[in-house]
Design a protein around this ligand. Structure first.
Ligand code: ATP
Ligand code: MG
Length: 430
């Protein structure tokens, strides 16, 4: 992609409305623009990040055996009357009337809808278990939308739902999702810690929130330093993994247990702030009973399925990752989700050797490279590449180009390498 032909509207000035780094940087790096309070347009580079995150989430859901479907954003009020949540949800729900004055709503979550779908198609114990998910826009009319995409009103969520015949089955689904979450965050390149949580609007008995550590997080968090290693998702045995995740201490301030905390050796106690990027719930028969969804058991009995639901804030993750990974100069993207793996910085547009090397890099790296082919000063190109946070900068000037050399800068460490063109391509991963 040539920068001269791209819509990446970077800003030099810090936008006045943005209070925290990720919001400022997402606007300054040209990733998003606010269209109405808490409602954002994803510009091309921002959409690339969002799509890469969604794809990792999708692959790990698939690997856990979940099936993808796509439910609509608009739902009928009657569906929510069945569970009793139409009134209970309150002002956070965006309620809409169609031309026939039928009551609709923009879905804030999908427990009712997925239960209705299963009720319609699963009749026998043989039709369960089921584990399904979709990645779809949600709307919650937040009282105070803020911090950019971290607390939007319209936001992208992955939500999965499990249906099992008994508690043992539901617990397996819960453990599988916890493992899928830890793998997802590990692949994205961030540390997220599962913390025992309250169940809130969804209701139920067992829940964990997943928090990314960042000083601007809304929740106070307390955890054992054992989580810092970040290799927890390496476990292959599901029960051993779950045991490990739920015995090492981690809790948000709401669930903090001083007695348990004080049993951890003092040098391993960590206190900080966290951003919730996901939450999983087991809530039993809450919806199956309320919505009269039962299957017939082997002995002819009526079984109300045990359910769980599992959310990841896909769009919130973009902001949360930036909160955890930035410096004064800009964003520091993890390799797996950067909009471009590398920027090619041409320091002498029009010099034939320089142009040639840049063209070869550009051809080989394809869509993973952003080629800064503008006739701007080198300082401007360096500053914008730092701001946009590409994991690699490939710097090409006339002196190196004459001998076929490229300078590489690693954004995260500032480390610089002088390499031949083929070696540079190898390092960047073409
Ligand atoms: P919060 O406590 O931050 O309001 P929540 O607990 O109400 O979130 P859940 O119902 O658990 O949210 O939704 C699953 C995930 O969706 C959350 O973990 C979060 O990552 C994301 N999410 C929820 N609300 C928003 C929002 N307003 N903007 C962006 N992402 C959101
Ligand atoms: Mg939550």
């Amino acid at each position: 992609m040539r920068l001269s032909q791209s819509l990446i509207p970077t800003l030099k000035e810090t936008p006045a409305e943005a209070q925290i780094a990720s919001h400022r940087l997402m606007l300054r790096a040209g990733l998003v623009r606010q269209m109405a309070s808490g409602i954002y347009a994803w510009l091309p580079a921002g959409l690339k990040v969002l799509t890469k995150i969604a794809n990792i989430v999708r692959e790990e859901q698939d690997a856990a055996g979940a099936q993808e479907l796509l439910m609509p954003t608009i739902q009928s009020a009657d569906l929510w009357r069945e569970s009793g949540r139409y009134e209970a949800y309150g002002k956070e729900m965006l309620r809409i009337a169609d031309r026939h004055e039928r009551e609709l709503l923009f879905g804030p979550t999908n427990e009712e809808m997925i239960t209705a779908i299963l009720r319609d198609s699963a009749k026998s114990y043989r039709d369960l278990p089921q584990l399904l998910y979709h990645i779809q826009w949600k709307f919650r009319d937040e009282l105070r939308p803020r911090f950019g995409v971290l607390r939007g009103r319209e936001f992208l969520m992955k939500d999965a739902y499990s249906f099992d015949l008994d508690y043992a089955g539901a617990l397996i689904a819960y453990k599988k999702m916890m493992l899928a979450y830890m793998r997802t965050f590990q692949r994205i390149g961030i540390t997220a810690i599962p913390m025992r949580a309250d169940t809130g609007q969804i209701g139920g008995d067992l829940s964990h929130e997943f928090h990314i550590l960042a000083p601007t997080g809304e929740s106070g968090v307390f955890y054992d330093a054992a989580f810092e290693a970040g290799d927890a998702a390496g476990a292959t045995d599901l029960d051993a993994f779950y045991e490990q995740m739920t015995t090492i201490y981690a809790a948000t301030d709401e669930k903090h247990d001083i007695a348990a905390w004080e049993k951890i050796p003092e040098d391993r106690r960590r206190e900080g702030r966290g951003i919730e990027v996901g939450q999983i719930f087991y809530f039993g028969k809450k919806y199956s009973e309320a919505m009269n969804f039962a299957v017939t058991g082997a002995d002819g009995s009526k079984i109300f399925p045990e359910m769980g639901s599992y959310g990841i804030g896909v769009s919130r993750l973009v902001g949360a990752i930036i909160e955890a990974r930035h410096d004064d100069a800009g964003i520091i993207w993890p390799d797996a989700i950067a909009p471009f793996r590398a920027a090619i910085l041409n320091l002498r547009q029009g010099d034939s050797a320089t142009d040639h090397i840049c063209d070869v890099l550009h051809e080989n790296l394809g869509a993973e490279a952003l080629y800064d082919d503008r006739t701007e000063r080198a300082g401007v190109k360096f500053a914008e590449a730092d701001l946009m946070g590409h994991p690699w900068q490939l710097i090409v000037g006339p002196r190196g180009a004459a001998s076929g050399m490229v300078e590489l800068k690693r954004r995260a460490t500032g480390e610089r390498l002088e390499l031949s063109l083929p070696d540079a391509l190898k390092v960047v991963g073409a």
